[in-house]
Design a protein around this ligand. Sequence first.
Ligand code: GLC
Length: 657
Amino acid sequence: MKKITLFLLFLFSLHFFAQKKINLPQLGKDDIKKVVAALSTEEKVSLLMGLGLGNFKNPPAGEKTVIIPGAASRTFAVPGLGITPAVFADGPAGLRIQSQRDNEKQSYYCTAFPTATALASSWNSELVGSVGRAMGNEALEYGCDVLLAPGMNIQRNPLCGRNFEYFTEDPLLSGKLAAALVKGIQENGVGACIKHFAANNQETNRHNFDPLEVGTGWHRETGNPVINAVISQRALREIYLRGFEIAVKESHPITLMSSYNRLNGFYTSENKDLLTTILRKEWGFDGIISSDWRAGSDATAQMTSGNDLLMPGCYQRDALLSALKNKTLDIKVIDSNLERILSFVMKTPRFKSYPFSSKPDLSQHTIIARQSAVESMVLLKNSNSTLPMKGVKRVALFGKTSYRFITGGTGSGEVNYSHAVSPREGLIDGGYRVVKPLEEVYEHFIDTVLSNSKQENKKYLVDFHPELALSKEFIARQEGLSDIALITIGRNSGEGWDRKEKDDYVLSEAELSLIRNVSEVYHAAKKRVVVILNIGGVVEVASWRNDPDAIILAWQTGQEGGGALTDILKGDENPSGKLAVTFPFAYSDVPSAKMFPGEPKENPVNAFYNDGIYVGYRYYNSFHIKTGYEFGYGMSYTNFLYSDLKLSDTTFNDSIE
Ligand code: GLC
């Protein structure tokens, strides 16, 4: 009898809980407010943040923290209410996830596209849109819900370490190209994320911690101040916010990332004026706002300012729970942020159970990567029609970067691609012979640099290693074996630190003497010299550009750069890139040079934007300052002639012919 009673009791309770589960509101079926109301306080707080940087030492109970290995983070799930997790992955030059997984044969390579700085030189929003579509397709098919791109801060100063990840010095061009990329990405049904909102125009003291091991997600406070950008309202609106405004209104990004820095005294992720009054109320932004990774300091202030999601998350939980408990944070604020987060979740492929294949169309994307690289390159000099190469069979390739092209910058903007085409490989594929003794010297040099290093990650070792010096005698021997000399000058930079003026913005002595000596030897033999700039941000050019016959600004053009460069050198493609950033005549001419990266110089607390609205060409044009190469400059193989120009009027009133 007893057993029957117990069994009946068990059946009843099963029925009761099943009934209860059936009665639970479901996201997508029931009103979002009902779903929010059905959440416990712990679940609510968990949904306001990510689950950390993957394989946390103490993941939330029962949660498998990593869904897509190598993604930047993921959000919490509440299966009983139909709330699925969302996977956020970098970055602006292509999807960044781990290319290999434990115990899996399949690889997960992604396509490395040209960086934003390079794409901006194309001025071609259709092309940028096609890159966005390809990037978004890789995010979709590899199971990600948000691609943390584009980066679109204004290039205020050449030394900013992340300029490669940003488009331009001009807010209109920045907004238009960002909007094109967002539309392309979001056509796949995945979210884009415009970043870093706002005024994140340097890396020095951008935040105040060092990530320990990525896996733990824990950080060590550095004791540094977090830089405070001090900007006038006019400069803020017209220069630093304007691009974001255009992108929000023209492409409706599903997410936006606030930045690390402070702005006029407040962390941007804790700044209600910025995130609610301007972004939401004035511009009509209807997506969700995520913090940058471990940005800000006061989780309550982030919630009340309207910064919905805290990434990578997981360590503000206690702070929020106690704020709710002691009533310093109103649950209504949490609920309204959650409503936005849940309506975001409903837009994600994961919520729609999209059956991702893990097989995006990488071969098609390689074609887009090459075409976009071609259109990003800028012909800066071409005296005596040196280019396209004529009667050339044998090419002497100088410069270490000729053999290891730099595809993009370092940090979260990296892409784990399967293969990058160097100028050497591109030229050989293009039917040219590359001078062997010279190639062997560089390959040996590169091998030595790599083998001598104890560093585990050798990916960028050669990029940051000083250039190999060559004697004139050795150069003369190469001249005898070649029809033309190509010298590649490489520059890399990345997230977390700013560039230097010496041996970085200004070429090193080894690079300058290489250009000088090769030019002397080849010109004496009536042969030509071409310099290729494989750089992520502008460099000094005035002191050396008279030496070579031609200069191609290749930028960092993704994995297909070497092939795209060959297309241009051969004349299969006509260079059409135009500068979207000024090359100053000298660093001291840069309007922000005196105050970058802030005061006090040794450990900046405040960055005073005394340059105001005079950023880039707005300064050089307004005050008639000579530049190295001006905004909009770029040659092609076509000669243009203007003649008999007449104006309908001497003053411009609405229109002029
Ligand atoms: C980084 C970057 C941001 C990136 C995020 C996730 O710190 O500032 O651009 O998307 O963290 O990796």
